[in-house]
Each structure stands twice: as C-alpha cells, then as structure tokens.
Design a binder for this molecule. Structure first.
Ligand code: CTP
Length: 476
C-alpha cells in the first residue's frame, strides 16, 4: 500500500503569520497574530513519510480503513482529512484515543456511503451538529465533522457555524498545535496541512493561539490550553500570554455558563499530573476559578497527591465502588475556604455529589477531635458514617501522620462499612415489635451492638434484645 503521489508533496507550512487568515470571510474584525509571533517552518514532512509513520504507529488495518474512506469521500467530491488532536498526537508518536475526520462537504453523504459500502459499519448522523459517527463491527469508531467556519456573536457565546473549506476550518481552531490536517484523498494521501506552524510549535514546545480574539470568543480555550501545556510540557508563547492576561482583565470567565466552566475544570482535575496542572493554574493566574485565594502550593500539592493515592487505594480495594474522584479533590481544595465560597461555586457547577461535598465541609473539622474522644467502635463508625466516601478519603489525605485517623478510617472502610445488623425490620416484627420509628431505633442499636462485638448472629442478637428489655424474656 503506497501513497499514489509519492514524495511529490511537501508540507504546507508557512513562517508568515500574515498567512494565518486565508479566507476573507473569517476576518470578522480579528487581526491575525503579527509576524514576530509566528512559528518558523519545521522541516518539510513529505506524504511518503507521513504514510510510513501512519503505518508504523497505527498499523496496516487502520491505514487501510483511512484509504477506503478517503476514496469514498473523494468519489463524492468531498475530500476527507485527519484533523485536530489526532494529528497533534500522531506527530508526537503518542497514543491517539479518538480519530477525527474533517469532510469538505456533505458529511452525511460520506458517512452513509461508507456504511453502504463497508460491511457491518453503522453510521449515526447528527444533523444539528453536522457530524457523524462511523462504528465498525470490532468497536472501532471514527468521528466525522463538516469543515466549517465559526462566528461568535458575543464573547463566550456559542458559535454560529457555516460550511467552509479545510483551510478555513483550521483557522477557526484553538491553537496552532490543533490546526493541522492530513489529506486522505487518494490523489494526495498523506499531504500534510500545517498553515500556522503547529508542528514547529510542537517542536519548540510552544502553545500559541491562532488569532487575538481566540480566548475572548471561547474562554474554555484557556483551560484547554492549560491542559495541553501540562500534557505536552508546552510554554505559553509570549503574545498568547499577553492575550490570556487581557482576557482575564476582562473577567471573561464570568460570561461562561457554570456547566461549561465546570466541564473544563473537571477535565483538569482528572489529569494524571494534577499537581503540575495546579502549579500551572497558579502561573496562569487562574486560582480564583477554583478557590478565592491561592493556597500555599506546596502543602496543597502534597495533600492532592495523597488524595490521589487514597482514590487509587479505594479503587484497588473496592473496584466496583462508584466514587466521584473529583469530589475528593474538590473537598481537599476547599477545606480551608469559607463554606459560602464553596457553596457559591457548587450553585453554578453541576458537580455530581455536590451537596455531599458541602455537608462534608461542614463536618470535617470536627471529626479528628471527636474520633480521638470516641470510646466505642460504634461511636467511631458513626463519625465516619457522617461523611460521604469522598469526604472520608479527603480526611485520610489530610492527616497521614495521625494513626487514630488513618487506622480507624481504613478499618471503617474495610470492615465496619459493610457490616449489617443480623436482624432486619421484618425479623423484629415477626418477634412482635410494632412497626414505626422505634423499630428504626432498635435496628440502629442492633447495628451498633454488632460493631461493638456484642452480637454476631441472629441468636446472639435475640438474646441481646432480651437483655436490653426490648423483647420479653419469655420470647421463645
Ligand atoms: N477545538 C477548538 N476550540 C475548542 C474545542 C475544540 O478549536 N474550544 C478544536 C481543536 O482543533 C481540537 C478539536 O476541535 O483539536 C477537537 O477537540 P477535542 O476533541 O475537544 O480535543 P482534542 O484536540 O482532540 O484533544 P483531546 O486529546 O483532549 O481530546
């Protein structure tokens, strides 16, 4: 399998930022970045080399699929390109989780033609977004989107979109490193489109926006950029840093909905190198998004690292347990801020388990002293029970040196949490106790007796109920 036009094409790179805007329709008052800030050209990357790299990194089977789609799209007169994050990751020889294709034309027609021609391939078309998904029988998936131009009617508003050519589609994007494409057209399979110097920026480890209005159009790009900076060890390019500062002086995040902001923050909190991300958050002056005051970073990072260890510990011991990892991290991040500040954020952000976080933040500071004073295992268990699972892990992360907290917390999670009373409500009613709130109290006392080792099975529980005067001694 060879590209049909071997070695004839060279990378479409430019060292002129003035070439950043190839389509007059997208000027929209945005000036392209000035020439000084443009990335220099990287070495040419011929189609043959791209082809070889694709073969090595992605394998023949996937390459074959891309050739087929490229042919089907070309037959319909609507060229297809690999685009965005998958090109960026491919150039760095990183694993590529999702493959995105841009189609210069009718996405639906291409997706349906693929589905008709390729046995077992299902297509789903989303008319509203102009996107389609191709699902292969082995579970492999390709995302198709129509090349488009975007217009932001107001800062931070959702964009209005119109069909466009690939060059225009590339400039609507967030960063140069995400504005590269690879042609799948049979005539020029492997042609590399890099009009804004994304590859050179990757090589110089620079993060650069494509136009000065980028962060104002879409402030989520600031947090996306921070993620890319952490994932790929990139520095903010000088002009881009200036644009970030300008966007922050305009309080641009205030215009973003809580849902959009939280989505990006959640991705950030899910980064495996979260301590690095939080350090970067400080360097980018973005602490106020997460908490009102910057925290003494070293102590916070140590707690966050321990929080991540606690999360791993829990997943390891209870692989089926549903745990909201971000709730653990937010609890750690918010332990020392006024409760109202946490509440304000959770009012806008759709955080799963948000109300448990608020409850935990109320209680956490009282728990260490109460644990030290608790005299029975049941009293200790009740204190742990008053916290949600994320709250428990946050407390364990906060006091690694305290044997009282660490040992009782682990014991609660491993042994006490799963214990139930040997008798349930039905058993008690069968023994003659009336239904009602007092039945709940008896069940709770039975549970405590079990925790304290006073009972272990139905019979010892029955005898205990008699000794407590809850059941008559004549009980058979
Ligand atoms: N994009 C953008 N502005 C945004 C979101 C996305 O310009 N606010 C563009 C970028 O070109 C990006 C592409 O859409 O590469 C796909 O976005 P997405 O799938 O969210 O991210 P990826 O770049 O693929 O990165 P990741 O590995 O995090 O999925």
């Amino acid at each position: 399998m060879r590209p049909s036009r071997a070695a004839q094409t060279t990378a479409m790179t430019t060292d002129k930022a003035t070439a950043i805007n190839p389509d007059p329709r997208i000027s929209m008052g945005h000036d392209a970045l000035d020439a000084q800030s443009a990335a220099p050209s990287a070495d040419p990357l011929p189609a043959t080399q791209i082809h070889q790299m694709l073969q090595q990194q992605w394998g023949d089977a996937l390459l074959q699929r891309l050739h087929v789609i490229g042919r089907i799209a070309a037959n319909l007169g609507t060229p297809a390109y690999l685009v965005g994050g998958c090109v960026r990751d491919f150039l760095q020889n990183h694993p590529v989780p999702d493959i995105d294709l841009a189609i210069e034309g009718d996405v639906r027609a291409v997706a349906e033609a693929c589905s008709a021609e390729l046995s077992g391939v299902q297509c789903t078309y989303h008319a509203h977004f102009g996107t389609a998904i191709l699902q292969y029988p082995d579970g492999f998936q390709l995302d198709l989107a129509r090349c488009r131009i975007e217009h932001y009617p107001a800062p931070a508003a959702l964009p209005e979109v119109q069909p466009a050519a690939i060059q225009t589609d590339l400039i609507r994007r967030d960063f140069t490193i995400n504005a590269m494409a690879i042609s799948l057209d049979p005539e020029k399979f492997g042609d590399f489109l890099d009009p804004y110097g994304g590859r050179a920026d990757l090589q110089r480890r620079l993060l650069r926006v494509l136009h000065p209005h980028s962060f104002l159009d879409d402030p989520t790009r600031i947090l996306r950029g921070l993620r890319f900076a952490v994932r790929f060890q990139l520095q903010l390019e000088a002009n881009t840093r200036g644009l970030l500062e300008e966007a922050l002086t305009q309080d641009i995040f205030a215009r973003l909905s809580g849902a959009r902001l939280w989505r990006e923050l959640k991705y950030l909190l899910e980064l495996s190198d979260l301590p690095a991300a939080l350090e970067e958050l400080g360097a980018w002056q973005l602490w106020p998004l997460l908490r009102p005051t910057p925290l003494e970073v070293e102590s916070l990072l140590a707690k966050i690292r321990r929080g991540q260890q606690e999360i791993r510990w829990l997943h390891c011991h209870f692989p089926d347990e549903k745990l909201c990892d971000t709730a653990v991290l937010l609890t750690i991040l918010w332990r020392d801020i006024p409760w109202a500040e946490a509440e304000k954020r959770l009012h806008y952000w759709p955080v799963a388990d948000g109300r448990y976080i608020l409850n935990d933040l109320h209680r956490l500071s009282k728990i260490p002293a109460a644990l030290a004073a608790a005299s029975h295992p049941s009293a200790v268990a009740q204190l742990w029970e008053s916290l949600s699972l994320p709250g428990i892990l946050a407390l364990l992360a906060e006091y690694p040196e305290s044997a009282t907290i660490t040992e009782s917390g682990r014991y609660y999670l491993l042994k006490q949490r799963g214990l139930t009373s040997p008798l349930n409500g039905k058993d008690l009613q069968a023994m003659g106790l009336a239904p009602g709130p007092q039945l709940g109290t008896v069940l709770r006392r039975l549970h405590d007796a079990r925790l304290d080792g006073a009972i272990k099975d139905k019979e010892t529980a029955r005898q205990w109920l008699i000794r407590q005067g809850i059941l008559p001694s004549t009980q058979p």
